[in-house]
Design a protein around this ligand. Structure first.
Ligand SMILES: Nc1ncnc2c1ncn2[C@@H]1O[C@H](COP(=O)(O)OP(=O)(O)O)[C@@H](O)[C@H]1O
Ligand SMILES: [Mg+2]
Length: 201
């Protein structure tokens, strides 16, 4: 099969199956003869390393947002190169992750301005994806799947992830993303993801 670059993004809170489904989607597209690049954010270059370090050092969420966005700026240039070569690029997390996670973290200090600041910051940096799939899940189910035992209490963590998911759902409505419920069986979720992608590849 041919040759037009397609940019696919998977978003969702931790444990919704992004990494698992990205790999299965890649295999399915390759069976159809497409050349597929699987990539993720934070990226695997030094800016992505800086983002991970910021995560572990509890920096101000604004600093974190800027680092994530700097990493994304360089990563997007690489994605655009691959798209120009006619490849399908599947990206595990993109700007929606920064808007949803840092938006939730900044809400206390910035209110609604947090989300609009993050969207404005990312606007000139991102490449508009051909299709974005938001995987949703009950935060409790998602946390169980990743076996999360972070330092926050279970309820704080669930509350935070619930807020992250609410912002994700607002973005999905506004940007016309495809929302896929990932509470069900992996095979069923994969079928829904394939259906969302089919028209673009
Ligand atoms: N629909 C599903 N049903 C059951 N288990 C799932 C489902 N989706 C993902 N998992 C499992 O949950 C764990 C987290 O999935 P992962 O793909 O790493 O999520 P994410 O990348 O979104 O954090 C993995 O062990 C995966 O096999
Ligand atoms: Mg993952």
């Amino acid at each position: 099969m041919s040759g037009k670059g397609v940019f696919i993004v998977l978003e969702g809170i931790d444990g919704t199956g992004k990494s698992t489904l990205s790999k299965k989607l890649k295999a399915w597209l390759e069976e159809q003869g497409r050349e597929v690049i699987l990539t993720a954010e934070p990226s695997d270059d030094w800016l992505g390393v800086a983002v991970r370090r910021a995560n572990s050092e509890d920096l101000d969420p604004r600093t974190e947002s800027l680092l994530f966005t700097a990493d994304r700026c360089q990563h997007t240039l690489r994605i655009e190169e691959m798209l120009k070569q006619g490849k399908v690029v599947i990206c595990d997390r993109y700007y929606g992750s920064t808007v949803a996670y840092q938006g939730a973290a900044l809400e206390k200090d910035m209110g609604d301005n947090a989300v609009s600041w993050l969207l404005n910051l990312n606007g000139p940096v991102v490449r508009h994806p051909d299709v974005t799939i938001l995987l949703t899940s009950d935060p409790q189910v998602a946390m169980r799947r990743v076996g999360n035992r972070g330092e926050l209490s279970k309820f704080e963590r669930e509350g935070y992830l619930g807020k992250v998911q609410d912002i994700y759902l607002t973005l999905a409505r506004e940007a016309k993303w495809t929302v896929v419920d990932s509470n069900g069986k992996l095979g069923d979720v994969l079928e829904s993801v394939k259906k969302a992608v089919q028209a673009y590849v």
